[in-house]
Design a protein around this ligand. Structure first.
Ligand code: ADE
Length: 255
């Protein structure tokens, strides 16, 4: 998979693409991350790419012509079709399903805005997808682009060394994580749950699944509604035990 990132702050992506699991994926060629400085496509000597908004108001708007030139040049750098995505709080909210979908694509081109965003004609002309990483406002799209790249890259086969951990993610899809423990066995009077030291794989699997459901019921019941259709019978049965009324409603609605 190839990711192109168009940004006014290419240095923000530098450590990111060289570090950890992603860094290894880049080194081994499983993932390619090309970072492009929007100023390289500025139409003037001093690299100006933003201007004041028509109609007045605070902040600066990134001009359309440099972005159009940049995106066309970047798309032409590789013949494979790209999903071109603007990171913006008005976009479709990013989730694991979208990550899985993007991991199937050979290429993504991610456009990071700053200031008050891009001139609207960027959207009108390029018709990119718009993706948000949540209902809050960042200073720019770079951190959002990194979140998208990290979530997508780990779904590319071979990127996460132990495929069991990606499989486990899908086994627990739509549920919050179960608690994890490591040595020492006791910390300030808090012991590791006995079952985890039993060596009994089936009981451990079952305990983790129950704890994942328990956490989801308590903290994110909205996830149960969204993912009810995807759950296994085993997960639904545990939800019925922990939250009978909610389970009855979800079952009835046939979601
Ligand atoms: N740019 C600014 N805020 C953002 C958000 N929440 N998601 C994606 N891009 C953004």
């Amino acid at each position: 998979m190839r990711c192109d990132v168009l940004t006014l702050f290419p240095q923000l992506l530098e450590a990111f693409r060289r570090t950890g699991v992603l860094g290894r994926a880049v080194e081994s060629g499983l993932v390619e991350i090309a970072v492009h400085d929007l100023r390289d496509w500025a139409g003037n000597r001093w690299g100006q790419v933003d201007d004041e908004p028509y109609g007045g108001g605070a902040g600066m708007v990134i001009m359309a012509p440099p972005v159009l030139r940049a995106v066309r040049a970047i798309e032409a750098m590789d013949p494979r079709p790209a999903r071109t995505i603007v990171l913006t709080p008005r976009g479709r909210v990013f989730d694991q399903a979208l990550a899985a979908e993007l991991a199937q694509a050979p290429r993504m081109v991610l456009l990071c805005g700053r200031y008050e965003g891009f001139d609207e004609r960027v959207t009108a002309i390029l018709e990119p997808e718009e993706v948000s990483i949540g209902d809050f406002i960042l200073g720019g799209g770079e951190v959002a682009a990194m979140a998208v790249i990290e979530a997508v890259a780990r779904l590319v086969p071979g990127v996460v060394g132990d495929p069991a951990s990606v499989e486990e993610d899908s086994f627990f899809a739509g549920l919050l994580d179960h608690p994890s423990y490591t040595r020492p066995p006791e910390v300030e009077g808090h012991a590791v749950p006995k079952v985890l030291r039993s060596g009994h794989h089936e009981r451990i699997r079952r305990w983790r699944l129950e704890e994942a459901v328990r956490a989801t019921v308590a903290r994110r019941p909205d996830l149960l509604e969204r993912h009810w259709n995807e759950y296994t019978d085993e997960v639904r049965a545990i939800v019925r035990r922990f939250a009978p009324e909610l389970a009855a409603r979800l079952g009835r609605d046939g979601r």
